[in-house]
Design a protein around this ligand. Structure first.
Ligand SMILES: [Fe+2]
Ligand SMILES: [Fe+2]
Length: 216
């Protein structure tokens, strides 16, 4: 099979990034076309309180995926390594599945998306772009660290979600499997471990994001 390479100019890449930002924040991303893990899962009836709580938690996870898109786009915008860029793009397609699944859970639960999505996207995009200029090792290290933190976060949410919300559980469980794979992909591709202080700053940033997105 003949592969056709097209090298994108910086302007092309910037336009793709803008397009992605719009789709992430305001549209419905395509993703890989995988089925929603919540489909076909039997759901118990939820009380009003449970529904509201689940919708808030899924809003947090939706924001997490908005951030993931922005990070990946920022990182691939400034990364100079074509292989790394392709790995990032592949992972970002799967993150789009997550985005869709969380979005549809929020809708079904009668909740609302964060009103600050554009802000989350912009901030994460800049963080990703900074990681991208730090070189492949650190850039991939950033992916690995992010994915590991998300994985821990998802494990906590799986405990916090109302037990009867089997559909949200199914979504988060599949997301956790994917995030583990993204972390492994980054490690195999040559991630270096980020310095402790950077990891702490990342944890702090995600704590601010999760506690804010829980409310608005
Ligand atoms: Fe994700
Ligand atoms: Fe991921």
């Amino acid at each position: 099979m003949k592969t056709h390479h097209r090298y994108l100019t910086s302007l092309d890449r910037l336009l793709i990034a803008l397009d992605n930002a719009l789709v992430t924040v305001a549209g419905m991303p395509t993703g890989s076309g995988r089925d929603n893990p919540a489909d076909g899962v039997k759901q118990d009836a939820l009380t009003q309180v449970e529904r509201e709580e689940a919708a808030r938690l899924m809003r947090v996870n939706h924001v997490g995926e908005v951030c993931a898109q922005a990070l990946y786009q920022g990182q691939s915008l400034t990364s100079r390594n074509e292989t790394v860029r392709q790995a990032l793009q592949q992972a970002s397609i799967e993150e789009n599945d997550h985005l869709r699944w969380c979005k549809s859970r929020i809708e079904t639960l009668g909740g609302s998306e964060s009103r600050l999505n554009l802000l989350w996207y912009s901030g994460s995009f800049v963080m990703g772009a900074v990681a991208g200029v730090m070189g492949d090792g650190a850039n991939l290290g950033f992916v690995e660290e992010t994915e590991q933190q998300v994985e821990k976060h998802l494990s906590n949410h799986l405990k916090q979600l109302p037990r009867s919300d089997h559909k949200s559980h199914a979504v988060l469980t599949q997301m956790r499997v994917d995030e583990q794979r993204h972390a492994r992909m980054a490690r195999r591709a040559g991630a270096t471990t980020l310095p402790g202080p950077i990891r702490s700053i990342m944890r702090l940033a995600s704590r601010i994001m999760t506690s804010t997105a829980y409310r608005l």
